[in-house]
Design a protein around this ligand. Structure first.
Ligand code: GLV
Length: 328
């Protein structure tokens, strides 16, 4: 029997590759950097399935070049790199990896929150650069995390886990979302709904963003929103870079309109080396690693493998973002 041809855009966990190799004729891109778009297009020509990462663009032109394509399995919870409507039109199912990365990502959002509040990176640099001369009563003062108010924008799976971490630090947790949780869930999570984003921004000491990138969330946080924040505010983004107007963030940090920021994502990734944000001391920028634990990356790869194999069999993947692709 001829096995279906699949292409995987990076070397993912071996357990997942082994699983995929059993049932497919598998090609794997061996480099650290993603395959250039033209290469991906070429590889997709005879593929029935693709395993992609968030750095791989899967658009209408690519799908047009891949007439046999049945499934795109994205090893990420976010899927803004894939034009879903175009996939659905062509009956291509798209899988993602929700759930398995929720707590790891929330851990990292909270890590950034704490590090930005207490100047952890600046302090380590201060020591390593030989600037530690004495115990100083005013050196590297930060913001208290315990008892502060945490404002969460987007209380989905990850936002809710960040809320739990905040409650563990005795924070008052407010949230803003398009969809309100039930009263029972609000009670369980210990969170208070704020229907007005401006009110949340002006009341919170810490603000953490957990929304997907959609046309309506592009630049959700810009100059007007930073102007509403407290001068002591700590701003965290582990969602997608374009949710924040990065120029406005730079101005807010530089002028002292807000205190510090912790980012795992930037508008362009990787952030260009001449980006002015990189000149500031009051921002920590991580290279999009919030889900990067050994266990979680293995589980994401296994989930992506399951989604791929189900799609190849003509089934709806267990985690499918467009099940209507098969029914419509
Ligand atoms: C990471 O950003 C993901 O969407 O999984």
């Amino acid at each position: 029997m001829i096995k279906p041809r699949v292409f995987i855009t990076r070397i993912i966990a071996q357990e997942a590759l082994d699983k995929i190799a059993q049932d497919t004729d598998m090609g794997v891109w061996p480099e650290e950097l993603p395959p250039p778009y033209e290469v991906l297009l070429e590889k997709a020509r005879d593929a029935e399935g693709l395993v992609t990462l968030l750095s791989d663009r899967v658009d209408a032109a690519l799908m047009d070049a891949a007439p046999k394509l049945k499934v795109v399995s994205n090893m990420a919870v976010g899927y803004d790199n894939i034009t879903i409507a175009e996939a659905t039109k062509r009956h291509i199912v798209v899988g993602n990896t929700p759930g398995v990365l929720t707590e790891t990502t929330a851990d990292f959002a909270f890590t950034l929150l704490m590090a930005a509040a207490r100047h952890v990176v600046e302090a380590a640099n201060y020591t390593s650069k030989g600037r530690w001369k004495t115990w100083g009563p005013k050196i590297l003062l930060g913001q208290d995390i315990h008892n502060a108010t945490l404002g969460i924008i987007g209380l989905g799976r990850i936002g809710a886990e960040v809320a739990k971490r905040g409650r563990g630090f005795n924070m008052k947790v407010l949230y803003y979302d398009e969809i309100r949780r039930s009263e029972e869930e609000e009670r369980r999570l210990g969170v208070e709904y704020i229907p007005d984003l401006a009110k949340l921004l002006s009341s919170a000491d810490f603000i953490s963003v957990h929304v997907p990138l959609l046309p309506q969330t592009h630049h959700l946080i810009g100059a007007a929103e930073f102007a509403m924040m407290k001068p002591t505010a700590v701003f965290i983004n582990t969602s997608r870079g374009p949710v924040v107007d990065q120029k406005a963030l730079y101005e807010a940090l530089k002028s002292g309109q807000i205190f510090t920021a912790g980012l795992d994502v930037t508008e362009v990734e990787p952030i260009p080396p001449d980006d002015p944000l990189l000149t500031l001391d009051n921002v920590i920028i991580a290279p999009h690693i919030a889900s990067a634990s050994f266990t979680t990356r293995k589980n994401m790869a296994l989930m992506a493998a399951e989604n791929l194999l189900a799609g190849l069999r003509g089934q709806t993947p267990p985690n499918c973002v467009n099940p209507e692709a098969l029914t419509g």
